[in-house]
Ligand binder design. Structure first.
Ligand SMILES: Cc1cc2nc3c(=O)[nH]c(=O)nc-3n(C[C@H](O)[C@H](O)[C@H](O)COP(=O)(O)OP(=O)(O)OC[C@H]3O[C@@H](n4cnc5c(N)ncnc54)[C@H](O)[C@@H]3O)c2cc1C
Length: 447
């Protein structure tokens, strides 16, 4: 039996950050993964997705500039784009193995299962840990309707060798939004079936409304209030049965994508053997990211599901856990000013409070909001969608929320995130000198 100061389940962002920090302090560390080492962001999430977005960006800019001095037709050669994507993903597992080995971290391949409060089995090995970190990430939610097995996951979507002509996205969150924007630029007919009343429900309704014009412009058929009830395969197509506000209906597709949410990947861990409490499919953790029922067990990132399921949050959680292990359990997770984005074209981004939360919490709220496609930033690249909403506490001057859609929203939001996390005021941001003309140089006008 191997004994370690820290056993980490997973080798994604959270696992890497925690393992490295604890190992650097001279402690013994093991990591376990049943998939190639590297985790979701590098292999099946942010990084490969953004490579596909880059292909779509090339097409999109050329098309928008078509009547402004740019001529010729461009198109996406899907298999070449996927080949380019693989140049990013394929080297990752070997590099991670080598990095762990170089740092003196032991890597184990296989499914990790608790066999006791401080014990984890992987294949024929039993590992004993002074601390155990669950950094097992998230997986697509199980959808209960008949034929759900026909769904293509986001992992498989980013591995498609041949691009289909007709795609149905089941769900209306950021994965559906991003994938439908990529797919439409790659030439597919795309429909999005979203059960709730609007797309991107975690983003500001008004700002999402502006982005929906772009979905229409690129021909993505968004159906809200549409709940998928079954999928069947007939011949060489899928028939997607759905309940709509007008009754039952069927949509046909060559590919049906699971974009209906992800949940913590903890079911296989045999948590009861370790007395690790779970409620509603989530680990029960305190503010120190420690199990409330087994104090040697911590969780971080998507598995912890304390903060939003984003890579910077996984990294933040992992630092908190490593510090708690090394310095005593006194560090709390702090999710103030975590920005989020959907990499649609153009992107939509948000940080801080929503308008309704800001109204509820702030006696004197200054809200500024406008649709501004006529601003230079958008006009220069013939982009028809640009708008913002900023929320400032009138009493303190602090920026408490920002919501942006349009060119460079994914970069501009980082400055608002900095302001919110470090209590900067609107006056502070307005007095900063940003390079002109960039997306950031519009911030002064947004406040
Ligand atoms: C399509 C997609 C796009 C995304 N885009 C973005 C983005 O643009 N920006 C952003 O910030 N975030 C994005 N995310 C989210 C981001 O990828 C995750 O928040 C982040 O990768 C989570 O890291 P983690 O370390 O918590 O878990 P992961 O990186 O998921 O690592 C968990 C690891 O644990 C392993 N594992 C699970 N169970 C076991 C077990 N029992 N035994 C052994 N190993 C196990 C898994 O194989 C996996 O490798 C995206 C996610 C997806 C799916």
């Amino acid at each position: 039996m191997g004994s370690y100061d820290l056993i980490v389940i997973g080798t994604g962002t959270a696992a890497q950050v925690a393992a490295r920090r604890v190992r650097r302090a001279g402690r013994s560390v093991a990591v376990i993964d049943h998939r190639p080492f590297g985790g979701t962001c590098a292999l099946r999430g942010c990084d490969p997705k953004k490579v596909l977005v880059s292909g779509a960006e090339g097409i999109d800019l050329a098309r928008r500039m078509r009547s402004h001095g740019v001529t010729g037709d461009l198109r996406i050669e899907w298999k070449d784009l996927i080949a380019f994507k693989r140049t990013f993903t394929e080297p990752v597992p070997r590099r991670r193995e080598e990095d762990f080995a170089k740092q003196g971290i032991d890597g184990f391949h296989g499914v990790a299962r608790f066999t006791g409060p401080d014990r984890v089995a992987v294949n024929d090995h039993i590992l004993q840990g002074r601390h155990i970190l669950i950094a097992s990430g998230a997986r697509p939610a199980v959808l209960g309707f008949p034929g759900a097995g026909h769904l293509t996951t986001s992992d498989a979507f980013m591995e498609l060798e041949h691009f289909p002509g007709r795609i149905v996205m089941v769900g209306g969150g950021y994965i559906a939004a991003e994938f439908s924007h990529i797919a439409a630029r790659a030439g597919a007919n795309v429909a999005v079936l979203q059960r709730s009343a609007r797309m991107l429900p975690t983003f500001d309704a008004e700002v999402v409304g502006w982005l929906m014009d772009k979905f229409a412009e690129i021909g993505v058929d968004v159906r809200t209030g549409n709940a998928v009830t079954a999928i069947e395969r007939t011949g060489d197509e899928y028939r997607v049965h759905k309940q709509t506000p007008h009754g039952e209906a069927v949509a046909s597709a060559d590919l049906v994508v699971h974009a209906a949410g992800r949940v913590p990947d903890i079911a296989a861990l045999n948590l009861s053997a370790a007395n690790v409490a779970v409620a509603g499919g989530r680990l029960k953790l305190n503010d120190f990211l420690q199990s409330v029922s087994n104090p040697i067990v911590y969780a971080a990132g998507d598995a912890a599901a304390k903060g939003p399921p984003l890579t910077p949050v996984s990294s933040h959680d992992a630092k908190v856990v490593a510090d708690n292990i090394l310095e005593g359990t006194r560090h709390k997770a702090d999710y103030r000013g975590v920005p989020s984005v959907a990499f649609t074209l153009p992107p939509i981004a948000a940080v801080g409070l929503s308008e309704s939360a800001a109204r509820a919490q702030t006696p004197k709220l200054r809200m500024k909001s406008a649709k501004v496609p006529d601003w230079y930033t958008a006009r220069r690249i013939a982009e028809s969608v640009y708008g913002y909403k900023t929320l400032v506490d009138e009493d303190s001057g602090h920026i408490i929320g920002a919501h942006v859609v349009g060119p460079h929203a994914d970069e501009v939001i980082n400055l608002f995130a900095l302001a919110i996390r470090h209590n900067l005021t609107a006056a502070d941001l307005k007095s900063a000198m940003f390079i002109y003309p960039t997306g950031a140089s519009d911030i002064g006008y947004m406040l």
